[in-house]
Design a protein around this ligand. Sequence first.
Ligand SMILES: [Zn+2]
Length: 123
Amino acid sequence: MARTAEPDTVAVIQAMHEKLSYRAIAHELGLDHRTWPPTLRRIARGETVSVYKENYVRRALGMEPVTLMVETPACPDCGSVHSAGRCNGKPVTVRLVRQRTPPPAWVREATRNLTRMLEEARR
Ligand SMILES: [Zn+2]
């Protein structure tokens, strides 16, 4: 789904771009100068950017990550939100599954976000 960066992310990158090239901003933030300048430009111009990439940039900036919002129907049994289906009244635990190759950083972050969301939804 098309989304643009949060206003505060846009403002910070725009402010930095008044003095620095996107390549220099990437360097300044410790981001790969070959892959990140186009993303920084997209953020500053209000073009589409994924929440994963934006959060990667926000972390580099020392900003709080944007919460990933997804629409999920409530469980018919308990009214909570589960990652899939219904719990049939049984207690739900978030289970971490070992993978052969470690997932990339943005996947790990998305997983953390989802885990935190599920934990908050259960409270
Ligand atoms: Zn349930």
